[in-house]
Design a protein. Structure first.
Length: 143
């Protein structure tokens, strides 16, 4: 969950955030900073969200932007929380990622540009998409 030092976290403010990494480094945990700002990846099968069946809305842990509803979450077996549809079109930013000799599509938070994970075209109907998201950058607002 977000910490008390993070004045940028809001589930109601929808304005885009431009915050220097030096500030993010002060307010995010080292694990969250490594993924969200340095495009890291948490270890597979390390997130409690990967197998969670709790109902609610998943938000960006850095800024509070709503990303996914729990009813779009599915068990992909990939080791990270997986979803087949974002909450809104503007919730995410898609950027090409050609690191490690692969061609993938990176998924970033549409509000603060935090790195969330990647999207692949091997998901279930109705979208056929699998948003493979690092659990450390998610906060669940339970219903």
């Amino acid at each position: 969950m977000p910490n008390n030092k993070n004045n940028y976290y809001s589930t109601t403010n929808k304005e885009k955030l431009i915050v220097p990494d030096s500030i993010w480094k002060q307010i995010l945990s080292p694990e969250v900073y490594a993924v969200a700002r340095e495009k890291g990846t948490e270890r597979p099968f390390s997130s409690a969200f990967e197998t969670s069946k709790e109902i609610g809305t998943y938000h960006c842990v850095a800024c509070g932007n709503a990303l996914f509803k729990s009813d779009t979450k599915f068990d992909s077996g990939c080791g990270w929380p997986s979803f087949f549809d974002p909450i809104t079109k503007g919730a995410l930013i898609y950027t090409p990622d050609r690191t490690y000799g692969m061609t993938r599509t990176e998924v970033q938070c549409g509000k603060c540009k935090a790195h969330l994970g990647h999207v692949f075209e091997d998901g279930p109907p109705p979208t056929g998409l699998r948003y493979c998201i690092n659990g450390v950058v998610l906060a669940l607002e339970k219903k």
